[in-house]
Design a protein around this ligand. Structure first.
Ligand code: TRP
Ligand code: SF4
Length: 402
C-alpha cells in the first residue's frame, strides 16, 4: 500500500515563486509515489486573519487553481478544504482535553509569531491552539509523511507527542491490564519475571536488543504453552512495546531542501514584504519586477565590478540558470563586462518559461470555475471517508461510542 502524505497551506494570498520552489514542486513530485492529501487550511488562516474575512474568501479557490496550475493532479491527489470537514474540529476538541497547556506554550513558533505580528492581536485561544489543530489535520488521515518547511518541524513533533499520548491513554482494549495478567500467569514463574524485566528495560531504554530478548521469550511461550493463541502473542508483544494498539499514527516530517528564494528586495520572498513574483504574474510584470530587483550595492556604475555572492540576483541564477549561463553571469559581474540588466535577462526569460504551463492551466480553470468546484467537491468527499473512519476509531477508543 502506498503511504499517505498530507500537507496544507493557508489561503492568505496569491502564491508566488517561493511557494512553488519551497513547497509545491515537492508536493507535485510526491504524487508519483504516495497517496497524497492536500488541503486549504482556511481555519488556520483565520487564526491570524480573523478580522479579514475577504482575504480568505477570495483566496481559497484561487489557491487551488495555483496548485493545479503547478502540476497537482486531482486524479491522483485528494484536494480539499479544511472547513468542509468538521471532523477536524471534533478531533481537535477531543485532543485538546488531554493536551498539556505547556506543550503548546513551548512551541517556538508561538512566541516568534506573537513577536513578529505585533500589529495583530494574537493573544487568542485559537492562535495558541494552532499547532494542535494542525495535529488533528494530520492525525485524522493517519498520514505517514508531512512535507513542510523547517519552520513547521516543531508542529510535526507536537503531533507525534499528541499521537503517542493518545495511544498510551486510549490505545488499550477494554480490560487490557487484566488480560495481560491472566495471560502472563500461564507462563512459568521465571519467565514471568524475565518478561517483566525486559518490558521495564525496554520502556526505559528502547533498546532493540532488549526488545529481541523479550520477543524471543514470548515466541518460546507460543510454542510451548498448551492452547496458546496468536492473540495471546499479540497481547504480550503489545504490552512489551508499552503500547496497546496504535489508534493514531505518528507522522514524520519531510523537509524540502531549503531553497530560500530571494524577493526583489533581497529578503526572503514573502507576500507580506511586497517583494514577491507571483506564479501567475504576466511576463511584463515579471520583467518589471526583476529589472527593479536590488543587486550588489557596491556596483553603483556599470564599470564597477561586482560580487555575485552579495547579490540576490545571483541566488536566482542558482535556481534558474544552467552552468554556462551561471559562468557567464559570475565572470561578467566580477569583471564588469556585463551590466546588471543584461545579467537579469536570462533569469527573466527562465521565469517566464517556467510560468508558461502554469499560466495556461490556470487560464483554463479560471474560465471554468465549476470544474474547480467539482475537483474540490470530489476531494472533500474522498477525504471525508477517511476522516469519518478515524473519528469512529477515536470515539470508540475514548469510550464515546454510546
Ligand atoms: N501550518 C501550516 C503552514 O503554515 C499549514 C498547515 C495547517 C499544515 N495544517 C497542516 C501543514 C497540516 C501540514 C499539515 O504552512
Ligand atoms: Fe548581481 Fe548580476 Fe549585477 Fe552582478 S551583474 S551585481 S550578479 S545582477
Amino acid at each position: 500500500m502506498r503511504s499517505r502524505v498530507l500537507s496544507g497551506m493557508r489561503p492568505t494570498g496569491a502564491l508566488h515563486l517561493g511557494h512553488y520552489h519551497g513547497a509545491l514542486k515537492n508536493w507535485v513530485r510526491l504524487q508519483d509515489e504516495h497517496d497524497c492529501f492536500y488541503f486549504v487550511a482556511d481555519w488556520h488562516a483565520l487564526t491570524t486573519h480573523y478580522e479579514q474575512r475577504e482575504v480568505i474568501e477570495k483566496n481559497v479557490y484561487e489557491m487551488v487553481i495555483d496548485w493545479i496550475a503547478a502540476g497537482l493532479d486531482p486524479d491522483r491527489s485528494t484536494i480539499f478544504i479544511q472547513s468542509r470537514l468538521p471532523e477536524h474540529a471534533e478531533l481537535f476538541t477531543l485532543l485538546a482535553m488531554g493536551t498539556p497547556l505547556g506543550w503548546l506554550e513551548r512551541v517556538p513558533t508561538y512566541k516568534d509569531q506573537m513577536e513578529k505580528l505585533k500589529d495583530r492581536d494574537l493573544a487568542t485561544y485559537g492562535f495558541l491552539g494552532y499547532p494542535l489543530l494542525q495535529a488533528a489535520d494530520i492525525l485524522i488521515y493517519k498520514a505517514t509523511y508531512v512535507p513542510v518547511g523547517e519552520d513547521q518541524s516543531s508542529h510535526v513533533e507536537l503531533t507525534r507527542e499528541v499521537a503517542r499520548r493518545f495511544n498510551h491513554l486510549y490505545g488499550r482494549m477494554h480490560g487490557f491490564e487484566q488480560r495481560v495478567a491472566a495471560t502472563l500467569a500461564r507462563l512459568p514463574k521465571d519467565d514471568q519475571r524475565y518478561y517483566e524485566k525486559q518490558r521495564k528495560a525496554f520502556g526505559e531504554t528502547g533498546s532493540a536488543e532488549v526488545w529481541a530478548k523479550g520477543e524471543a521469550l514470548v515466541r518460546r511461550a507460543a510454542a510451548a504453552v498448551e492452547g496458546w493463541s496468536e492473540a495471546d502473542t499479540e497481547l504480550l508483544l503489545g504490552h512489551l512495546r508499552g503500547s496497546g494498539r496504535a489508534v493514531l499514527v505518528e507522522p514524520q516530517a519531510l523537509h524540502t531542501e531549503v531553497l530560500r528564494l530571494p524577493g526583489t528586495d533581497g529578503q526572503k520572498m514573502s507576500k507580506s514584504y511586497g517583494n514577491a513574483v507571483l506564479m501567475r504574474d504576466e511576463p511584463a510584470e515579471v520583467e518589471r519586477k526583476i529589472r527593479g530587483m536590488v543587486t550588489d550595492p557596491a556596483r553603483v556604475r556599470r564599470t564597477d565590478p561586482g560580487d555575485p555572492e552579495k547579490c540576490p540576483v545571483w541566488d536566482l541564477h542558482k535556481v534558474y540558470s544552467d552552468e554556462a549561463t551561471k559562468d557567464w553571469a559570475y565572470k561578467g559581474c566580477k569583471t564588469a563586462s556585463i551590466g546588471c540588466l543584461e545579467c537579469k535577462q536570462p533569469v527573466i526569460d527562465a521565469i517566464v518559461r517556467e510560468q508558461k504551463p502554469w499560466r495556461e492551466r490556470a487560464a483554463a480553470l479560471v474560465a471554468d470555475p465549476k470544474k474547480v468546484h467539482w475537483i474540490v467537491e470530489m476531494g472533500t468527499e474522498r477525504a471525508r471517508t477517511v476522516a469519518r473512519q478515524t473519528m469512529k476509531d477515536v470515539r470508540e477508543a475514548m469510550g464515546l461510542a454510546y
